[in-house]
Structures are given as structure tokens and as C-alpha cells.
Design a protein around this ligand. Structure first.
Ligand SMILES: Cc1cc2nc3c(=O)[nH]c(=O)nc-3n(C[C@H](O)[C@H](O)[C@H](O)COP(=O)(O)OP(=O)(O)OC[C@H]3O[C@@H](n4cnc5c(N)ncnc54)[C@H](O)[C@@H]3O)c2cc1C
Length: 386
């Protein structure tokens, strides 16, 4: 029997490692990713200001697994009726069970100019491109404006890095940083106390927050917005425009992020987890697209795949096993805002050195949990500048 994991992000790496330890040796396990490395995406914004962090956040897949076969290839099609995966190289793989862990792609919603002029942040080269444009504007010595579209986890952290980069270059006085969000607050999918603390960290760094503001169109040097409560239209000039305001499905999913229920099943033999899908958990709650959810959903998917495989190996006797239900029970949230951080732990919100240390230890904890011990140490040094 063959189990195939599609994508080696947080969900795919965690799932493959867990499957290595719970599946019988006779079961073949394959992990496919277009890249040879696992990208620790929740630290990617750091590379805008500190390119040296790249060594800590790109981990060779070959160093992470004991027995899974790693295939480096782009997945072009997933046929969940025939249980076949097609790859760019022309190869096809058949599976008994598969998990789609392909993450999400930046979505532009067909808005004019957004794809041409909005810089995405999904890869190290995206971070390098943003850094190059930001430094060109800062080093020109002229007044400049940086606009970040979308105030989710990535948008607020990008705005924080840009503000701190400007401060490090003594350019704060001639630089405007604006974050634009369509919904009513920053980090719209997160708890209110967390949103409030984030807003004050952003404003303390001179970042202007424009909520309830929809980007309609972008040109080479402007964005056009509507303030939703008043319908007022506005044009804002920019020198750098970063777009983090939307996610959509990857090409093998036809651009879709299908909904899955708490057993994480797309079909009888195909699971969907992480950002690739929209998960509704066992409490009926929509789960936010996040590294936390990807890792936690992978643990449940591993148990469900194991139960189904054992049932198959025993000749499908009796009823199909009862599957574990995913409940998104997260202890809290932590994001960085430049050199600061905001953490929500239970009902408590922390900022300052305590939040910063927590952020470094959570990142390092994740890296250690996937056996990237060297990168965990490097990350702590980078985060705490020691
Ligand atoms: C700047 C930034 C900051 C963030 N900060 C936080 C944070 O503080 N906390 C938090 O919880 N979340 C954060 N996130 C969100 C988090 O990174 C994502 O939710 C998380 O990466 C989702 O994990 P995943 O495993 O579903 O997908 P991903 O990590 O995106 O992995 C998907 C994998 O699939 C591979 N893949 C995709 N398409 C194909 C294909 N066709 N063929 C082969 N391989 C393919 C990719 O190469 C990749 O390895 C942040 C994101 C960004 C960009």
C-alpha cells in the first residue's frame, strides 16, 4: 500500500514524520514537493530586514525524514476518483491514501493591476525583492510611502519589518508606512485583545492603519481604495506596494480551497489539511489559515490515515473505523512587529521582552519538533540578536 503526502510545508512535514512513526514498515510512504527545502514561512517577513535569517528558515527535506521517499517535482493534477497524482516530469503516482498539504497561493481577486504591481510574500525571493525595493526608496533620500495591502498575520508583520528597517536606516521622518485592511480591524480572524495590542504596536512604530478600506485597483505608483462605510474613494501614491491581502488554492486544486469537516477528509481516501483547505472544526468553528492549524491538523490526519490503513490491511472487516475529529484548540497567538512582539496566551496579552522571548522559543520549538536542531539554535540567535 502506498501513502502519498502532497506538499512539504508545516502540514506535510509534520504529517510525514508522524506517519513514519505510526505506519507499518510494509506501507510505502512518499512526500512530494516542488522544492528541496521546507520553508518556515511564519518567519519569512524577517528576511526583508535580516537576509541572514534565510539559513535558519530553509531546511533541506533530505535531513528531516527516516524512511519516507522524497520526490522533488511539481504536482500538476490530483485525481481523487482514480487516486492518481500527476507530476510535471510526466510521472504519475497511485495511492491508497493521500493528504493534500499544498498550502495556499496569493490571491488577487482579478483586481486591476494587483498582480502586476503588488509584491507577494510567499518565498525567500519575494522577501529579497521587497527588501531591494524598500532599500532603493530609503537610500534615495527622498520622501517615500510603503503600502501593505492586508492586515492578516503576514501583513502586520511585514509592516513591522518595514518600519523597523526604516528606523535602522534613520529614515523614519521621510517614510510613511500604511497598512490597508478591508475588514474592521487588523488581524481580523483573531481575538479582540490581540487585535488591540497589535494596533498599538503598529501605531507606536508610526504605521498608519486604514481599516474598512478596500483596494480596488493598483497602478505602477498608486493604489485606489474605497472607504467602505462612506463610499469615499481615495488614491494613494506609493514607492513600494506589498500585497498580503488574500489566499486562494493552488493550481492542482484548480485555485480552490475546498471545505473539509473535522475528520479532514476530502474524499474516502484523500485528506486535506493546512492552508490548502478551509477547515471547519469539531466545534463548527472556521479554522484560521495558520502554521498552528496546519501542524495541529496534521497530527489528526496521521491518526486517521493510520486507522483506515490498519482497517484495510485487516481486510476491511466490520465497519469503517471511527475517525478522530479535529478541534482547533490553540493555546494562543504570537506575532512580531519589528523588534517587538505581541503574544496572546489564554486571556492574557503580552508585549515587550516577554512576548519577544516567547516568539523566539515557539519558532525554535517548532524547528526542534521537526528535528531541525541546528536551525532552531540559529533562529533563536537571529530573533534575540545574540
Ligand atoms: C510572512 C508570513 C508570516 C506568517 N506568520 C504566521 C504566524 O506568525 N503564525 C502562524 O500560525 N502562521 C503564520 N503565517 C501563515 C503560515 O505560514 C501558513 O498558514 C502555513 O505556511 C500553512 O502551512 P501549510 O503546510 O498548509 O502550507 P505551506 O507551508 O504553504 O506549504 C505548502 C507546501 O506545498 C508545496 N507546494 C505547493 N504547490 C505545489 C505543487 N503544485 N507541487 C509541489 N509542491 C507544491 C510548497 O512548495 C510548500 O512546501 C505566516 C505566513 C506568512 C507568509
Amino acid at each position: 500500500m502506498h501513502v502519498v503526502v502532497l506538499g512539504a510545508g508545516y502540514a506535510g512535514v509534520t504529517l510525514t514524520q508522524k506517519l513514519e512513526s505510526v505506519l507499518p514498515e510494509s506501507v510505502e510512504l512518499t512526500l512530494i514537493d516542488a522544492s528541496e527545502t521546507h520553508l518556515v514561512q511564519h518567519e519569512l517577513h524577517r528576511a526583508i530586514r535580516r537576509p541572514s535569517i534565510t539559513d535558519a528558515i530553509e531546511i533541506p527535506l533530505s535531513s528531516l525524514f527516516d524512511r519516507a521517499t522524497i520526490v522533488t517535482d511539481r504536482i500538476t493534477e490530483i485525481d481523487t476518483e482514480t487516486n492518481q497524482v500527476s507530476l510535471e516530469s510526466g510521472d504519475t503516482l497511485e495511492y491508497a491514501y493521500a493528504a493534500v498539504c499544498l498550502g495556499a497561493e496569493t490571491a488577487y481577486y482579478g483586481l486591476a493591476g494587483l498582480k502586476e504591481y503588488g509584491r507577494p510574500l510567499k518565498s525567500v525571493s519575494d522577501a529579497e525583492a521587497i527588501r531591494t525595493e524598500a532599500l532603493a526608496a530609503i537610500d534615495s533620500g527622498n520622501p517615500a510611502r510603503f503600502v501593505v495591502g492586508g492586515a492578516g498575520l503576514s501583513g502586520v508583520q511585514v509592516a513591522g519589518e518595514l518600519a523597523t528597517l526604516a528606523a535602522e536606516k534613520d529614515a523614519t521622518d521621510r517614510l510613511d508606512i500604511v497598512i490597508v485592511e478591508q475588514l474592521e480591524s487588523v488581524a481580523p480572524a483573531f481575538p479582540e485583545a490581540f487585535q488591540t495590542a497589535l494596533e498599538s504596536e503598529l501605531t507606536e512604530r508610526g504605521i498608519e492603519i486604514r481599516t474598512e478600506t478596500t483596494i480596488r485597483r493598483a497602478t505602477e505608483s498608486t493604489i485606489e481604495t474605497t472607504h467602505d462605510p462612506t463610499d469615499e474613494e481615495h488614491t494613494t501614491d506609493y514607492e513600494l506596494f506589498v500585497w498580503t491581502g488574500g489566499i486562494g488554492g493552488s493550481p492542482p486544486m484548480a485555485g480552490d480551497r475546498p471545505a473539509v469537516q473535522s475528520d479532514l477528509r476530502l474524499t474516502d481516501s484523500t485528506f486535506g489539511l493546512g492552508d490548502a483547505v478551509r477547515i471547519v472544526d469539531a466545534d463548527g468553528q472556521a479554522v484560521p489559515a495558520s502554521a498552528s492549524a496546519a501542524i495541529r491538523s496534521a497530527r489528526v490526519a496521521a491518526n486517521n490515515i493510520r486507522s483506515l490503513l490498519e482497517w484495510n490491511l485487516e481486510g476491511r472487516k466490520g465497519f469503517e473505523p471511527r475517525l478522530e475529529q479535529f478541534r482547533f484548540d490553540v493555546p494562543g497567538w504570537i506575532v512580531s512587529v519589528g523588534d517587538g512582539a505581541v503574544a496572546q496566551v489564554g486571556p492574557k496579552v503580552l508585549t515587550g521582552p516577554a512576548a519577544k522571548t516567547l516568539k523566539a522559543s515557539v519558532g525554535a520549538g517548532y524547528l526542534s519538533s521537526v528535528r531541525a536542531i541546528g536551525q532552531a539554535t540559529e533562529l533563536v540567535s537571529e530573533e534575540l540578536q545574540i
